[in-house]
Design a protein around this ligand. Sequence first.
Ligand SMILES: [Zn+2]
Length: 288
Amino acid sequence: MHKKFTIQNVERVINNLILMKPLILALTLPAFFIIYPPDITHVQLYSFADIDVAIQTTCHRTCTSPVLFINLHDNENTSVEAATVYLDKTGGSLVQLKHLDLRNICINLQDQGYTFDPNRIFTPAGVQATLSGFDAYSSEADTLVTRFANTLLNRYVTGKKLIIALHNNTDSLYSILSYIGSGSEAPNAAEVYINAAMDPDDFIYTTHKPLFNYLAAQQVNVILQNEATVFDDGSLSVYAGRNNLPYINVEAEHGHLEEQLQMLKILSPFIENLLRETVETKPGEQKD
Ligand SMILES: [Zn+2]
């Protein structure tokens, strides 16, 4: 027999539900956190002579993804925002250098200031050039900066299947147009695809030919690094090229959040495919 629809009955049902609320929460919350565990952020302080640089890792659902998202320039925040939105959806981990919101890192050693660009330290020639190009050069400073670069490579880069670097640039100063014709970066490029409908400041730079082909087919501005002629400036792309490590730099103008996010989304099927291949390749079995 159906209960009568009375105000008292409705109130009783509501009261019962309120009483059961802790029980419902207790049963559903663990399931929620299994499906959507909270992001975990940990910070490792790297100590130079007089300052600490924070290396911050944020794990979105997983800390062990074979894909590394990395932001080396602490003033390029749009790229971090885009990666965070993307990783919240897909899962994965992001490593960032935190240093006073500045691009370059400044240290003091025996009363001498030294400055270096943290994306020019991954080869010996790069370390020497970046230190010399700013305040001063010394072999002691070179040793410290090289040790820092090796720590970043050993802890975060080695063993990954794909590196996705996140950068922002300033309108018109450096763009995909720098890689064509008599542009300053042209000798570094093996192939360039330009979609005239895209802002030239928004583009992807890669060391990986299959990825270049995929992005060109998707009509995304893209540059393929020329391994034979690329200038050794010590950047992570040069290191990746020398070590056969698939590398992507997703580069957008400061503030182009939507555009940068869109480029990451276009990469998604490629990343998924690569991860699937990684899982399917048994240990000891090499793919071409
Ligand atoms: Zn940058």
